[in-house]
Write a protein that binds this ligand. Sequence first.
Ligand code: 6CS
Length: 315
Amino acid sequence: DTWRYAHEEAATEVQGVFAEKFKEEIEANSDHTVQLFPFGTLGESADIMEQAQSGILQFVNQSPGFTGALIPEAQVFFVPYLLPQDEATLQEFFRNSKAINEKFPGLYAEQGLELLTMYPEGEVCMTTQEEVKTPEDLAGVKFRVMTNPLLVESYAALGATPTPLPWGEVYGALQTGIIQGQENPGFFLDSTKMYEVTEYVTCIGHNNFTTAMMANKDFYDGLSDEEKQLIQNATDAAFDHILDYQAGLQDKSLENIKSAKPEMVINILSDEERQPFMETADAVEAAFIEMTGDSGKEILEQMKSDLEAAGAATQ
Ligand code: 6CS
């Protein structure tokens, strides 16, 4: 039969490349076919999540940036400077994290979802109309964030005016001046031509864009063990593929932006310049614990110990 799978990006963007590999693996190893629905074909992120929860879709890829509104603990991925910038440590963390493999599945299951994997999509940088060298430069800037409360806290802590919006509204809102900034990983800034409607790219190393791939739980629970194994194998293959695919992608994307618009200013802030941004992280972490209580605290502690283990393993 045909399995329907929706994601939040175009077919040629990271979630699309992951989905394509998953489809290829399923179809090569079974009689099932996978029908892919890229961004926009079934609505916004919130719409595809509803469709996956109700079983209209069998698979969905959604960032915790949106799922955080549904599963508050998933907002942990937006505590600034929690994830490492070192690529090897980051990948090691996503491969072996107990928080991801053991703690999150139960929280997703409560929402009718079988969490299959989480993976990183690249370092997040801001694009703005004016130069950002210090948090003060964000004062009064209406800054678009994905629709989760912790991201609102995070940009409020930086002094900006956070404005949660679904993705489909971002380009137009920048164009008409409703917002003056947004953040996304390098490949997405390039592919969605954010440089056409902003003047500065600023990278402060505060986050890597995390996303999650999942199935409708009733659908998944009804599968045979062979089919579950098929899905796990296809997920693992897509996971490996997407990590390889991203090697060098951030730098190349920033270069693409520069050649598409030479006057675009790309500032990768130095460690010293990042310091005042880093100082806001504790307040955001405190806000996360306040929002999620013991359950969130446990996840955060597990994440920290997973990150330490990943760091030690890649020394
Ligand atoms: O900013 C967003 O809303 C989007 N960013 C990425 C990298 N993927 C999908 C998401 O909708």
